[in-house]
Design a protein around this ligand. Structure first.
Ligand code: COA
Length: 176
């Protein structure tokens, strides 16, 4: 954990953020039952290029409502990130990813705390987590989130058998 610095993302961080997302989420998809093949299908080089380009442009146009923090090691490599947004009626946590070597070190919590601090304290905060991502759900429960009862499916998360991963919505009330 030494020499890890957390800062706001800049457009040139897009590639590093995409890499950390892809690498950190492999374990998450495995936990949800996906095979290596299904994970590889989800992160093809074409999708990767598109994601990096889109993310770089998005960061360049960020306002104070888009909150993206990255954690970098002393070589400047991105090892974790947290993305949150302020909306008219609510806040959302869009993503939280930490490389396997940095999981269980408190870095995810540090990233989460920094992003959460900038959200609107008068509004509830929502997030989606795969129902089978026990570790993610437990992490968010410790940060004060609980399940709203809403479960959804998204075509983007479809395995080779055609089945989509179930998504659980969680919320942290502004009242706590
Ligand atoms: C889910 C995920 C974000 C959780 O991160 P994590 O690494 O377990 O989280 P942390 O290390 O911050 O916290 C875990 C524990 O380490 C503790 N910890 C360990 N060392 C610590 C330190 N030096 N300082 C503070 N806390 C420390 C934390 O207090 C916490 O303990 P607790 O569980 O008893 O409360 C992470 O596993 C991950 O990136 N997974 C893949 C992607 C994913 O699933 N994302 C979430 C859904 S989008």
């Amino acid at each position: 954990m030494n020499n890890i610095k957390i800062s706001k993302a800049i457009p040139s961080d897009a590639e590093g953020i995409q890499l950390v997302t892809a690498e950190a989420s492999r374990g998450m998809y495995k936990l949800c039952g996906w095979s290596e093949q299904e994970i590889d299908n989800h992160f093809t080089p074409e999708k990767r290029e598109k994601a990096i380009e889109g993310l770089g442009k998005a960061i360049a146009n960020f306002t104070e409502d888009n909150i993206l923090f990255v954690a970098k090691n002393d070589e400047g490599k991105i090892v974790g990130c947290c993305f949150a947004e302020r909306h008219e009626d609510k806040n959302t946590i869009e993503a939280l990813y930490v490389l396997p070597d940095f999981q269980g070190t408190g870095l995810a919590k540090q990233l989460f705390d920094k992003a959460y601090y900038l959200l609107d304290k008068n509004k509830d905060t929502y997030l989606d987590v795969f129902s089978l991502n026990i570790r993610g759900e437990r992490f968010y429960q410790k940060q004060g989130f609980s399940e709203t009862g809403k479960k959804t499916f998204d075509e983007r998360f479809k395995g080779v058998d055609g089945k989509m991963l179930e998504i659980t919505e969680m919320c942290r009330s502004s009242k706590i």
